[in-house]
Design a protein around this ligand. Structure first.
Ligand code: 5GP
Ligand code: ZN
Length: 122
């Protein structure tokens, strides 16, 4: 568990999803990451990609996580293509900390698509 973690790992809902203790609508799973549907979708397609290892926020990432990050970006692109989001585009979001709007203290990448996104975000 890293500094500034909002939860202990045993209470972390995304660790529990990664461990299969809590159910989720899983889109992709491999040894390092899981992609599942957000229970409160903000777009026609709204998935969350998490590393299976507990990482609280992107602030915990370092050079040593380069392989994991490359894998995450590759999987995000692959899933986006599987759901035909590559033609019209999509949005990838990482919220960090309170003012960033992070509500779950386990690093996650939002993948949103299927509608035109606005900028600036709210
Ligand atoms: P954040 O606000 O931290 O950037 O994103 C957390 C996301 O997790 C939210 O979009 C929220 O709807 C989603 N979420 C919260 N609890 C659960 C859950 O138990 N299962 C799933 N699939 N999504 C969740
Ligand atoms: Zn966790």
């Amino acid at each position: 568990m890293g500094k500034g973690c909002l939860f202990t790992m045993s209470e972390c809902i995304f660790c529990r999803i990664a461990a299969g203790e809590l159910s989720a609508d899983i889109v992709h799973e491999d040894d390092r990451v899981m992609v599942f549907k957000d229970t409160s979708p903000q777009a026609p397609i709204h998935f969350l990609l998490i590393p299976k290892r507990h990482i609280s926020t992107l602030l915990e990432l370092g050079e040593e996580d380069g392989g994991l990050l490359t894998h995450i970006i590759t999987v995000l692109g692959r899933v986006a293509k599987e759901y035909d989001l590559d033609k019209k585009g999509f949005r990838t979001v990482i919220n960090t900390g309170e003012e960033g709007g992070q509500t779950v203290g386990h690093l996650h990448f939002h993948l949103l698509g299927g509608r035109h996104m606005q900028w600036p975000p709210g």
